[in-house]
Design a protein around this ligand. Structure first.
Ligand code: KG4
Ligand code: ZN
Length: 333
């Protein structure tokens, strides 16, 4: 049995987890700092790094206590080294290096995006070849995996990420940051009364674009304000969310038709969205040979358990780093 301790601090969550064999979560301590960023309407990098420094040792203690694991029982230290905010990443990286040095453990460098996808293993083991839709605050990508830890990007967003469009529309509606969950709930209560465009629906590729949709929503709201009309925010949320989900479903359908995959993974913060999960359920029922493996909701947002899951892939392939491991804020697959 392989026990990996994992550190994650790429954005506004400080998290340490202990994961066994890449799929059994022994503990997953997460400290979120969302409250400190809400009044700014987004993450303030300097504030984020200070919070990580304050929290990292407490979160580490919590993870070790909750799992009832001693450092000498561990086999490696996984850590997110990118993508993310450089000042935030550095705190987790320093924490991981210090722990590894103190307990003579190997350092396992982990890509945050791979972590989001690997969290599907907390549901059922991913079956290969697999197609993954990674939808978060910073990324929107369709990824083909022919085997464990092997990623080929089929398509990605050309401008805003899906989660970012939720957050920007939320800002327009004066909702607290991040707005995805709130818009999801509002959309459930509203009606699709407005037809917003689905970008690139007819193009022959797997790319996404959400900035046009964001502008269409902003124009709609400003136009209504100028005319003194009141807008039903729930209906606006439903109409906006429909357009986002349509775009994600359309590209996924095309990829599922073009690639004969055994499973389909839904990952990233936006994977918590109810309408997206429901519509993917329906879509996947048309592809009976493909198993739908959404990341369990509690692991869709940023957390260290997912870094432990992806760290296990690297561990098995002997992908280790030295104490000179640096952050890579712009890392992709
Ligand atoms: O993966 P994540 O926790 O952080 C990044 O690595 O970006 O994703 C956060 C994003 C935010 O944009 C947030 O608004 C969005 O995920 N999100 C949602 C929902 N829950 C979180 N978007 C739509 N529906 C949700 N239920
Ligand atoms: Zn993330």
């Amino acid at each position: 049995m392989t026990k990996i301790i994992a550190f994650e601090s790429s954005a506004d969550e400080t998290s340490v987890a202990i994961v066994e064999d890449g799929h059994i979560v022994l503990s997953n301590a997460v400290a979120t700092q969302i409250n400190s960023h809400q009044r700014f309407g987004g993450i303030v990098p300097e504030v984020a790094s200070r919070h990580h420094i304050e929290w990292i040792t407490r979160v580490l203690d919590d993870a070790l206590d909750a799992a009832q694991v001693r450092p000498e029982d561990l086999d490696g230290v996984a850590v997110t080294y990118g993508p993310g905010l450089v000042g935030s990443l550095l705190v987790g990286l320093m924490g991981a290096k210090t722990f590894a040095l103190a307990h003579d453990l190997p350092i396992i460098p982990v890509n945050h995006l791979a972590g989001h996808i690997a969290a599907a293993n907390f549901n059922v083991p991913i079956i290969y070849p697999a197609l993954a839709l990674m939808v978060s605050g910073g990324h929107t990508e369709l990824v083909l995996m022919t085997s464990e830890n092997n990623f080929a990007v089929l398509g990605e967003t050309r401008d805003d990420a899906a989660g970012e469009s939720f957050d920007k529309v939320g800002r327009l509606l004066k909702l607290p940051y991040p707005a995805g969950k709130t818009i999801d709930e509002m959309a459930h209560r509203g009606q699709a009364t407005i037809k917003f465009p689905t970008a690139m629906a007819h193009e022959d590729n797997y790319d996404f674009s959400f900035s046009g949709l964001k502008s269409a929503v902003i124009n709609y709201v400003h136009h209504a304000e100028q005319k003194g009309e009141t807008i039903d925010h729930n209906n606006l949320a439903t109409s906006f969310q429909n357009a986002v989900v349509d775009a994600l479903i359309g590209r996924t359908r095309k990829a599922l038709k073009d690639y004969d995959v055994k499973s389909f993974v839904l990952a990233g913060g936006v994977a918590a969205n109810r309408q997206l999960r429901d519509e993917l359920d329906v879509l996947l029922s048309q592809f009976p040979k493909t198993t739908f493996i959404p990341v369990p909701r509690e692991y869709t947002g940023d957390n260290a358990a997912m870094i432990g899951a992806a760290g296990y892939w690297n561990f098995k392939q002997h992908i280790f780093a030295g104490l000179d491991l640096n952050t890579n804020p712009g890392l992709d697959f």
